[in-house]
Write a protein that binds this ligand. Structure first.
Ligand code: PMP
Length: 421
């Protein structure tokens, strides 16, 4: 087979392994990264990885580094963080149940709010089972490592999120990556897995670096043809993509074939937490065997109440979804017209990635935008595919059409100033 030994993270840090300092100092392996970072800051740039939100005025505006700024780099896709019902639910739970549970879900950490939140998820997805984790990272870590162990095979897209890679490593399964979004490459890997072995295909609905979506209809069919179970991480599509906001699998009509959907509360839901929903008849046993679920404290009551309220409101958010699609198309078309190189030919999600020539110029453009009053995400290797430096724009349903116009003007000014366009 083409199975490879599992990497302990998706890619090495830049220059890792070329330590220059004292080899007995366990930190000497980070020397190249420390140098790269200090070189960048010595050039006088504001630190792109140390921005502080001093005041948050709305889902789309904040005061950061002393300036009022339009936020175009959050995952607050549906703008739920300031929804009055969501805030009221959180305040009520905080006063009724206290600030935290101080315990695991399987001991003293299951409150009615956790049950209510899981009920909201079951309803949202129309699935039989829902399990809430403390983060989306832990949901991937826990579900993947628990269901795919020694002797099993995980076939996954090479551009998968770090939490997926870490879940693979933790479970000791054979890990077989394939080229990003390549259906034939995926099938080739599946064909080579020994007869009778357990198989899990892991995919994402939206890949967050370039904002492109997976061809789930074809991929799920291929996975099923080869007897594999399918897990889809819908972190960046929940609430927005699909007629009911259930994600790319819903949009492409294959949600019923997906065995496990992983999601997060830290994006469209607007708080923190993670989950897995499934129709597998034995799914509930996960609560006893999944270590990142058992051996950690459950979410605070205020968090699960805000999440449940937000999830229920997202079931009926068709107008917001439409507005977000309109904004996404508007921003994509405008940036393209200005001459920026974008991650996708057409907008496929609420993420529009602007490709920068290199880290130095990318950081320069990031800072120029911040000075104009716009915050975007600067993304760089190893988080990005193909060593790309990206300015990732993620839209929110609360951005007005007028703000998208302002954003484009800011891109034009900063792009000309830095010579990117
Ligand atoms: N999966 C994907 C695809 C993600 O992008 C992220 C977070 N960026 C996660 C999982 C983890 O989510 P959380 O923030 O809830 O840990």
């Amino acid at each position: 087979t083409e199975a490879i030994s599992q990497p302990d993270r998706p890619a090495p840090l830049p220059g890792e392994g070329e330590a220059t300092g004292d080899p007995r100092d366990l930190f000497s392996k980070f020397d190249p990264l420390i140098k790269q970072r200090s070189d960048l800051l010595d050039s006088g740039l504001e630190d792109p990885f140390n921005l502080v939100m001093e005041q948050v005025l709305s889902p789309v505006t904040a005061v950061c580094n002393g300036r009022e700024t339009i936020l175009l780099g959050t995952y607050n896709y549906m703008g739920m963080t300031f929804d009055p019902d969501v805030i009221a639910a959180g305040k009520q739970a905080l006063s009724d149940f206290g600030s935290g549970t101080t315990g695991s879900r399987v001991l003293n950490g299951t409150y009615v709010g956790h049950k209510g939140c899981e009920a909201a998820l079951r309803e949202f997805y129309g699935m039989d089972h829902a399990m809430v984790f403390s983060t989306g990272y832990q949901a991937n870590l826990g579900i993947i490592s628990t269901i795919a162990g020694k002797g099993d095979y995980i076939v996954l897209d090479i551009d998968s999120h770090a939490s997926i890679w870490d879940g693979c490593a933790m479970g000791n399964a054979e890990v077989v990556p394939f080229k990003h979004n390549d259906i034939d490459a995926m099938e080739k890997r599946l064909r080579r897995i020994p007869e009778g072995a357990g198989k899990l295909v892991v995919l994402e609905g939206v890949y967050s670096m370039l904002g492109d979506i997976a061809p789930l209809r074809e991929m799920v069919a291929v996975a099923k043809k080869h007897g594999a179970m399918v897990l889809v991480d819908e972190a960046h599509s929940m609430g927005f993509i699909g007629p009911n906001g259930r994600g790319v699998a819903e949009d492409q009509g294959v949600l019923d074939e997906v065995d496990f959907v992983i999601g997060t509360f830290s994006k469209s839901v607007g708080t923190v937490g993670g989950f897995c929903v499934s129709n597998h008849p034995k799914f509930e046993i996960m609560r006893l065997v999944c270590r990142p679920y058992v051996f950690t404290a459950s979410l605070p009551p205020s968090v699960v109440s805000t999440a449940a309220t937000s999830i229920r409101k997202l079931m009926d958010a068709g107008n917001k979804r439409q507005h977000l699609w309109d904004n996404s198309r508007r921003l994509h078309a405008g940036l393209k017209k200005l001459g920026f190189q974008l991650g996708t030919d057409e907008p496929q999600s609420a993420i529009i990635a602007v490709i920068m020539p290199d880290l130095e110029r990318g950081a320069g453009m990031w800072e120029a935008l911040l000075k104009e009053g716009l915050y975007v995400n600067l993304a760089r290797p190893p988080a990005t595919p193909a060593n790309m430096t990206l300015l990732r724009c993620s839209l929110c349903a609360e951005h007005s059409e007028e703000q998208v116009g302002q954003i484009l003007t800011m891109f034009e000014t900063a792009g000309k100033k830095t010579g990117i366009i």
